[in-house]
Design a binder for this molecule. Structure first.
Ligand SMILES: Cc1cc2nc3c(=O)[nH]c(=O)nc-3n(C[C@H](O)[C@H](O)[C@H](O)COP(=O)(O)O)c2cc1C
Length: 189
């Protein structure tokens, strides 16, 4: 069981990373093989819509995303963790997602269905400072369509409101427990 845990927050040791680390802890407890990918440590350029992938299924941009495609295709479970920035995911997460267009092209234009023999499962962790009802709606749609594009099933989510200061997530009753539990659960499946 290979879990790819993707950190989309640019703030190291912030709320999203603390939450993701709790999930990783639960997954490892169950014997899961976890790779943590800190997007800010990678050089990921935005998609330039050159359309190369429409005919080849390959992205023409030679940067770190090239090694990430393989990780996405070989994981059993993919966890994306991003805080809410302006009602969406962070910029680095969005750049990574947009580069998923190459996999979208394989699936929908080149009809390489399924993309891999493995059925991959996708999970989304998010949090934000405010408490509005629709706080996660925009980001959730983006993540759902991304998982669809890379041929992963959207299998679960954890959202936490009212989390702003660095480390505030530690004071949330139950958040870290829930993340750890999800880590255990997704590894046991
Ligand atoms: C540029 C920026 C935009 C933000 N936009 C929102 C927002 O639209 N809604 C919200 O509730 N919080 C917003 N926040 C607050 C963060 O989601 C919140 O501080 C979160 O805890 C950050 O997580 P981190 O510690 O992992 O970076 C924003 C923060 C920044 C820096």
């Amino acid at each position: 069981m290979k879990v790819l845990a993707i950190l989309g927050s640019p703030r190291r040791e912030g709320n999203t990373e603390i939450l993701l680390d709790a999930l990783i802890c639960g997954a490892k407890e169950q014997g899961g093989e976890v790779e943590k990918l800190v997007l800010c440590d990678y050089n990921i350029s935005p998609c330039i819509e050159c359309e190369t992938c429409s005919s080849t299924g390959e992205c023409a941009i030679a940067d770190d995303m090239q090694e990430i495609y393989l990780k996405l295709l070989t994981a059993d479970a993919i966890v994306i963790a991003s805080p809410i920035f302006f009602y969406s995911v962070t910029a680095v997460t969005k750049a990574f997602i947009d580069r998923g267009q190459a996999l979208w092209a394989r699936k929908y234009l080149l009809r390489q269905n399924p993309l891999t023999k493995k059925i991959r499962r996708g999970y989304f962790l998010s949090l934000g400072a405010t408490k509005g009802k629709q706080l996660f709606e925009g980001a959730k749609l983006t993540i759902k369509y991304f998982f669809d594009a890379i041929d992963a099933r959207y299998c679960g989510e954890l959202f936490f409101r009212g989390i702003e200061g660095k480390g505030d997530i530690k004071n949330h009753p139950g958040a870290l427990q829930e993340a750890m539990e999800l880590g255990r659960k997704l590894t046991a499946l």
